[in-house]
Design a binder for this molecule. Structure first.
Ligand code: NAP
Length: 812
């Protein structure tokens, strides 16, 4: 028997168990069998199949839930559609009141939700009680505020419609909050599918929502396997899909929704760096590591799973870390004094173990503390792998468990390079007492959230989401609202096309060039002096790699000129040039907005100086009236002025999070953007897309209008005379789809904007899944580029930027 004296000697924690009684009573009330939650009612289909939910810490069966099929998905979508008719018209102030009621009801059920979450998922009650559930309430309060303000603050937007939301098992309640709260705030209705391992808290939440009096059909919860998820994604009447989960499934969803006109946001995996500089408060950083990788047993998308320590302090830091690991307590999730609970499921436990063995076979030294694990249940020791090569699979791949890999660096530049040496970009943590160094690293690391001297902080008021293969779209903050709205002028895109399987998309056979034209001068027939513009790469005109040209046919069938017929190699060269100028020390993205605005004004000035020439060219190519062409050129000049204005007015905001300190949302450039322009307005379409991209620090590879490319090739000289650094704007003429295909398949292109056909839009979205690049496509639908609402503004700026939230605590 342990005596009081023993306790004083060891200072060991005793068990401090939370009671599961209230949860057991709730499960019993439902006879431990749950239906689907549709239209505020429990629906159990006849002959339904059920799926068991277990407590991973002891294997106890908690309850069974329905496996939904197509009929049930149809029912839920129909309920959400009917509810959308009235919910989308319900005044924002009324929606806010409902959301406030939900938030209050969450608070009243705080303990029940927390205990259920811990029992179903295995996470320590300390976390579910103090982090998950408070954040759940916080999100509903925060977005109740945006519902209240929508009519004034987002008056140019409308709700998207019926939204299908699919979430993972690591933070079942928090993920649900991130998805549902902004969606219903903006007047959408939802069908949510929780992950199979953790279905129960979403069902309790649904009950809490109905008790709060939310109208039927606004929130529907469907339980089921991945196939039910797939049915939601594919459903014709779903207008948007919001997904959080693995990058592999994200890729499937990107392909499934391609060309459908559905909005899509993807919050995917990560392998986030945790960078410790030599001057960091090492003890603080050690506690940071604990929170970064052993929070929720490491099953955290933004877990700081790659420790990157400055070489001269690495031995001391690793020793301190090992000592700290010896004091971590792994045990029953309902024990209030444990640091780590159970792994969610046996399959996940085996995956983690497999990765640790892989790490060892890759040469890692594996350290696990000498601590006791409970005899039964899915527990895993906190694990540290050192001595790995940066390219090792264990260093590159997401393990999603309590496993930390460690690397070292010598210089700050090397730290940033290592931090960015990943296909992901979800989050990062930077530790240094030198504010200049820390913020410099924070600005250079490519990730959606960067925590300075802190880690894993979340709040309703700050967006969260990825760069690169960590996905696109943001959840949280004002930026999170844009996933759930559409411009007021835009109907739900319903692209109309039939996929031609017999043809390979983007195939192109160069045509023979037109013969030289003969003009009569001074009584002689003379061939006209040929002026065939080349392609424009790195600020220079270069001959197209394939040495082919194509003819530009005017409105009357006449040949009005010839242009280079670009190919894959030209696109690759253009991407290289665009990259070189963005990453250089004084690169385009690093210049201040004032400088970029000056250059945009200069472009406008030089275009206007040649106004008449551009008007004439449009008339010659398109056969439109001079008045109409004049209006286009004037609008292009004005648009350049607009983005010169925006170049230094869209930098970001200070977010009002619960952090004592500052959380800054920075609107960073996306990177290299490939842009395929529309045919309707050869000059204005080109300028409307190029200007917002470069104003916000991106570099571009432009594919001008395929039919009328000469306005773009005339633009070379405008660029040449306007101080635009070579490589910021690259222009490759030729077959739109042929060239776009290379852009969208290129690993070093960060986003593709495509305003060609509906079928081309499908291919762009489909192919982009390879490296999860962002896409913005027109689905071949009309857009009035002359109209200021449709041709410029926030939608364009939103596409040209990605939000990074930098968290900096202040005080001692
Ligand atoms: P997952 O296997 O991708 O599953 C996520 C959800 O998608 C589950 O509800 C799953 O249903 C469903 N699903 C699976 N295949 C599907 C398909 N073909 N069509 C439609 N739905 C499908 O991911 P997980 O293992 O649950 O979660 C871990 C991953 O989530 C990690 O990669 C982690 O980094 C990521 N994550 C990201 C964030 C973020 O904000 N970026 C946050 C949390 C987690 P079933 O459960 O029924 O299979």
């Amino acid at each position: 028997m342990t005596t009081l004296l023993d306790i004083f000697k060891t200072m060991e924690y005793g068990p401090a168990p939370e009671s599961p009684a209230a949860v057991e009573a709730w499960l019993d009330e439902h006879h431990r069998k749950f239906g689907l939650f549709i239209n505020n009612e429990w629906v159990t289909p006849k002959g339904a199949k059920f799926y068991p939910s277990y407590d991973p810490s002891n294997g106890a069966l908690l309850a069974e839930t329905v496996q939904a099929g197509q009929k049930e998905v149809d029912l839920a979508v129909a309920a959400a559609r009917t509810a959308f008719e009235s919910w989308s018209k319900t005044p924002g102030v009324v929606r806010a009141r409902y959301m406030y009621a939900i938030a209050r009801n969450i608070q009243k059920h705080h303990r029940l939700l927390a205990v259920l979450e811990s029992m179903d998922n295995g996470k320590p009650i300390r976390e579910s009680r103090d982090i998950d559930v408070p954040l759940l309430a916080r999100h509903f309060f925060y977005y109740a505020g945006w519902a209240q303000l929508m009519e004034t603050e987002l008056r140019d937007y409308q709700p998207v419609g019926v939204v299908g939301q699919i979430i993972p098992w690591n933070f079942p309640l928090l993920m649900l909050a991130w998805k549902i709260a902004p969606a219903i705030a903006m007047g959408n209705t939802v069908i949510l599918k929780p992950a199979s391992y953790t279905r129960l808290s979403a069902l309790l939440f649904a009950e809490i929502v109905a008790e709060a009096g939310l109208p039927a059909g606004v929130i529907n919860v469907i339980t089921g396997s991945s196939s039910a998820g797939s049915m939601i994604v594919e459903h014709r009447d779903v207008d948007k899909v919001a997904f959080t989960g693995s990058t592999d499934v994200g890729r499937i969803l990107r392909r499934q929704t391609a060309g459908s006109g559905k909005k899509l946001s993807l919050e995917l995996g990560g392998k986030s760096p945790f960078v410790v500089f030599e001057d960091a408060d090492l003890d603080g950083a050690i506690e940071g590591v604990v929170d970064a990788i052993w929070f929720n047993q490491g099953q955290v998308c933004c877990a700081g799973s790659r420790l990157i320590v400055q070489e001269n302090i690495a031995p001391r830091f690793i020793q301190k870390l090992k000592t700290r690991m010896e004091h971590l307590r792994v045990g029953a999730p309902l024990d209030k004094a444990v640091d780590m609970g159970a792994i969610v499921d046996k399959t996940q436990w085996e995956t983690i173990d497999h990765w640790v063995k892989t790490g060892i076979s890759e040469g890692a030294e594996c350290y696990q503390p000498n601590i006791k694990l409970p005899e039964n249940g899915l527990f895993y020791k906190p694990t540290l792998l050192t001595g790995l090569d940066p390219a090792a699979a264990t260093v590159q791949e997401e393990i999603f468990g309590p496993v930390l890999v460690s690397l070292t660096f010598r210089t700050p530049a090397e730290a940033v390079a290592l931090a960015n040496n990943t296909r992901y970009g979800l989050a990062a943590s930077v530790w240094s007492d030198n504010v200049n160094l820390a913020l410099d690293a924070a600005s250079k690391i490519k990730a959606g959230s960067v925590w300075v001297n802190c880690t894993n902080l979340f709040d309703g008021a700050a967006g969260f989401g990825g760069y690169r293969e960590s996905g696109f779209g943001r959840e949280g903050g004002k930026e999170g609202l844009f996933e759930y709205v559409r411009p007021a002028w835009m109907d739900r895109p319903q692209p109309d096309f039939k996929l031609d399987e017999s043809k390979k998309w983007g195939e192109h056979v160069p045509a023979r060039p037109a013969p030289p034209t003969i003009a009569r001068a001074n009584g002689h027939d003379l061939p006209r002096i040929d002026r065939t513009p080349k392609v424009y790469i790195g600020g220079k005109q270069v001959r197209p790699d394939g040495h082919y040209t194509s003819s530009v046919i005017g409105a009357k069938g006449q040949i009005v000129g010839q242009v280079g017929d670009g190919n894959r190699k030209d696109i690759r060269d253009a991407v290289e040039a665009a990259h070189a100028v963005i990453v250089a020390k004084q690169g385009w993205a690093m210049r201040h907005g004032y400088n970029r605005s000056q250059i945009l004004y200069f472009i406008a000035e030089n275009l206007d100086a040649r106004n008449a020439e551009f008007v004439e060219r449009i008339v010659e190519m398109t056969g439109r009236t001079k008045k109409s062409a004049q209006a286009e050129v004037d609008a292009a000049v004005e648009r350049l002025f607009s983005y010169a204005a925006w170049a230094d007015k869209y930098g970001g905001t200070v977010q009002e999070t619960t952090l004592r300190g500052v959380t800054v949302a920075v609107n960073e450039p996306v990177g290299v953007i490939g842009i395929a322009c529309p045919d309707e307005y050869p000059l204005l379409g080109f300028v409307s897309l190029m200007a917002p991209a470069i104003a916000r620090g991106n570099t571009v590879v432009m594919i001008p209008s395929q039919r009328f490319p000469l306005s773009a090739t005339d633009f070379y000289q405008v660029l040449d005379t306007s101080d635009v650094p070579g490589g910021v704007v690259n222009i490759v003429t030729g077959d739109r789809d042929h060239l776009t295909k290379t852009l969208v398949q290129h690993e070093d292109v960060d986003a593709v904007w495509y305003f060609g056909s509906a079928e081309g839009s499908y291919h762009v979205e489909y192919e982009s899944a390879a490296n999860m690049k962002r896409t913005w496509v027109g689905y071949g639908l009309p857009r009035d580029w002359m109209d200021r609402e449709q041709g410029e503004g926030h939608e364009f700026l939103h596409e040209a930027t990605q939000v990074k939230n930098i968290w900096v605590p202040t005080g001692e």
